[in-house]
Write a protein that binds this ligand. Structure first.
Ligand SMILES: *[C@@H]1O[C@H](CO)[C@@H](O)[C@H](O)[C@H]1NC(C)=O
Ligand SMILES: *[C@@H]1O[C@H](CO)[C@@H](O)[C@H](O)[C@H]1NC(C)=O
Ligand SMILES: *[C@@H]1O[C@H](CO)[C@@H](O)[C@H](O)[C@H]1NC(C)=O
Ligand SMILES: *[C@@H]1O[C@H](CO)[C@@H](O)[C@H](O)[C@H]1NC(C)=O
Ligand SMILES: *[C@@H]1O[C@H](CO)[C@@H](O)[C@H](O)[C@H]1NC(C)=O
Length: 293
């Protein structure tokens, strides 16, 4: 009796249910396991609200699919006229969930399908982390790298050295960008790979140390020099111009015997001629700077 009771319970909670994991963009067929429909009526329902999405009734001459209450199944459902199996074409994450099949003939049979849809994995990107290498370990023999994946959910990102796992990071339902650092020595001859995987697929990117670890010195240092030289030049120009203006100002003030150190309105005509001189001064000092550099 107890065994029978348990069997009953099992069938109620869906022992006959299937779990399917598919990739976004796939076509998924949910099978009725009938070879041919005779007298049976077939209902396909979706989601917690079990809304009717497809129906076959020989007696009432019904053979139809629906777009779903919010239209998410529009142009995506195909119903097999012979077996009643339902195909969802070009599936996306919004079609994930529980599908329920009801076959009512001589007896009522129900079957549930739990469909999980995983997004396609983006390609991985391994880059050198120039910021950390130029500041802390430029004198060491180490190279800092970062492996990153944009817009991912339900994935794990890992670094492998040969076949052994070095580090990993996981994200569940949020769609975010993940990145995972790695520090290697320039002379390292091991094979490193960055692996991104979700429950049904994975993506691997192998690390090429000789190619990646020599790009920072070529890019980082000249950029730093350019910034320093620009800042220096600006400072020198500013000092020269300020000095020139102050000297002229001082002279004017002296000639006019004004009390204030600032130029007075009486010196306006002189100021105009000074402003015309300023560009000449800048050009001259820039050339000097260039020559010096
Ligand atoms: C699949 O669905 C996506 C999103 O709805 C759409 O952008 C794409 O064009 C569809 N692909 C095909 C082959 O129908
Ligand atoms: C469907 O499958 C997913 C992943 O295996 C699971 O997390 C979820 O609880 C299942 N839902 C039902 C209603 O069984
Ligand atoms: C990331 O996903 C969001 C929405 O899911 C989208 O708007 C954005 O364009 C995506 N970015 C990239 C780089 O794929
Ligand atoms: C260089 O990297 C190795 C691992 O590859 C690490 O053990 C070592 O501590 C690092 N050295 C420095 C100076 O960061
Ligand atoms: C990646 O997927 C392949 C099959 O596509 C499998 O053989 C391999 O073990 C997977 N690797 C990892 C690290 O999950």
């Amino acid at each position: 009796m107890f065994a029978l009771f348990c069997l009953c319970c099992w069938s109620l909670i869906g022992v006959f249910g299937d779990s399917l994991s598919v990739m976004e963009g796939d076509s998924v067929t949910l099978y009725t396991d009938l070879t041919e429909i005779h007298e049976e009526d077939i209902l396909w329902k979706y989601g917690a609200e079990t809304s009717l999405i497809a129906e076959i009734s020989r007696a009432a001459e019904i053979f139809s699919t629906s777009d779903g209450t919010d239209g998410r199944f529009r142009n995506r459902l195909k119903l097999d006229v012979q077996t009643g199996s339902l195909t969802i074409t070009n599936i996306t994450t919004e079609h994930a969930g529980v599908y329920q099949l009801e076959i009512s003939g001589a007896k009522l049979t129900t079957k549930t399908f739990n469909v999980s849809v995983y997004a396609r994995l983006p390609t991985l990107n391994i880059t050198r982390d120039c910021s950390s290498s130029s500041s802390s370990s430029s004198s060491s023999s180490n190279c800092s790298l970062v492996c990153s994946a944009v817009n991912v959910s339900h994935v794990t990102l890992s670094w492998y050295k040969g076949n052994s796992l070095l580090s990993s990071i996981s994200v569940s339902d949020l769609s975010i960008s993940l990145s995972l650092p790695l520090e290697v020595e320039y002379q390292d001859k091991n094979t490193y790979s960055c692996v991104l995987n979700n429950p049904i697929s994975n993506q691997t990117q192998h690390l090429d140390i000789t190619q990646l670890c020599h790009t920072c010195a070529d890019q980082g240092l000249p950029l730093l020099y350019i910034v320093l030289i620009s800042a220096g030049s600006l400072l020198i120009v500013a000092v020269v111009v300020m000095g020139y203006i102050c000297r002229r100002c001082g002279k004017t003030v002296q000639t006019h015997r004004a009390a204030s150190a600032l130029c007075k309105p009486t010196t306006r005509t002189k100021m105009v001629s000074e402003q015309m001189w300023v560009p000449t001064v800048i050009t001259f000092s820039m050339e000097q700077i260039k020559r010096t550099v």
